[in-house]
Design a protein around this ligand. Sequence first.
Ligand code: HEC
Ligand code: HEC
Length: 394
Amino acid sequence: MSPPAARRASMALLLSAGALGCKPSADRPAEAPWVWDLPPGFPAPLVPADNPMSAAKVALGRMLFYDKRLSADESLSCATCHQQALAFSDGRTTPVGLEGDAHPRNAPTLANVVYAPRLNWADPGTKALEAQMEGPLFGHGAPIVEMGLVDEPRREAALARLLADARYREAFARAFPDTATYTFVHVGKALASFERTLVSGMSAWDRYRAGDDAALGPAERRGMYITRDHVGGALCHHCHDGFNLSGPVKHVDAPFDEVVFANIGLYNVGGTGAYPEGNQGLYEHTKNLSDRGKFRTPTLRNIAVTGPYMHDGSVATLEDVLTVYVEGGRVIEAGPYAGDGRKNPHKSAGLSGTPLSAEQRQDVLAFLGALTDEAFLVDARFSNPHPEDPHFGE
Ligand code: HEC
Ligand code: HEC
């Protein structure tokens, strides 16, 4: 959701870092140009012209990402809900903000978020990481208060907390050498730069794709073919497609703005085609009935570590995910959301169910397991930079 203009304007809130003792750094030597360190075959990412990549911005963004001082009561960091060991998801059905409210949606992985043409589960308006983070940082309660910097005094206090720390005065000066006055615009640019480096592409499947035939065992290979099979197969790749096994991606070789949302038949509340109130996907933004239950197709990379699954975390395991696809939707027998999702009138084409034997299901699960990039989950470049300091953490 695009934040109101007023909230955007308040992002330009100025806090004089000079008053907090920051020294301009005009005499600092210029940094070497940024070079992407991408997995084999990955396309070069697109980066906004007003926020070019730099190692200094990435370093500052990494500190900010892990710093609880960035939330109003210093209890939550971005990493609370986006944990590296879980490919930057959080293992919960849905996360909880600092006022104790549960978010209606599951915290998604941030792996390869640099390639996403749209952000969030079903948000046609948010394209840039710089804009996305206004939700968790500043959000007033739509859908919930997350990090609680809901007004200018709280934002000013958070910036002052950071700039009271000499490590930040140094890091901001390096990242933004042309100014000595720092605002949330700088915080946003640095956080976005760090997020853009969270590229994951060294799974067993990637090694196989790069020519190492032994990287996938027989079951994993059979599972891979099942997910692409046109003869009675599952056609998963119609939606989870390309190098990211996701919906459309955007990069230097594909700069166009392609966006697709799909309904996989998880709900059909009362047989009306509805999804639970407040979580109806694209419909919440367009109010077109046919958009009920439509969500972005997430990446299948690292899927074995990012459960529970789906926009609301309502599918516990990958076995259960497969049951949804085998049945062509989910039947909920009782309770407020009872209904036969298989018959949801807005369900996307190609999801009429796919008969898989028990062995074929095991093969698909083996393939999904081969999509975990173990190196990404422990890569020191993405980890908490100050684990010894209690301000930093998950
Ligand atoms: C309280 C938990 C929580 C916190 C804290 C949090 N997030 Fe999130 N994040 C979520 C949830 C839930 C979503 C999905 C929101 C939606 O779809 O409506 C999300 C979505 C995202 C996305 C979109 C990913 C995609 O592929 O669409 C990005 C990027 C992101 N968060 C970055 C951040 C950053 C940066 C911070 C810190 C400033 C942060 N998050 C703090 C829970 C959290
Ligand atoms: C018509 C497009 C489409 C097809 C075909 C499709 N998916 Fe999906 N998939 C989606 C969408 C959209 C979501 C998110 C749905 C939601 O949250 O309501 C999703 C979610 C998932 C998730 C959970 C991801 C997460 O991060 O929570 C998994 C796992 C998954 N699909 C695997 C598969 C497999 C395996 C197949 C083939 C059997 C398949 N999908 C076929 C569109 C599709």
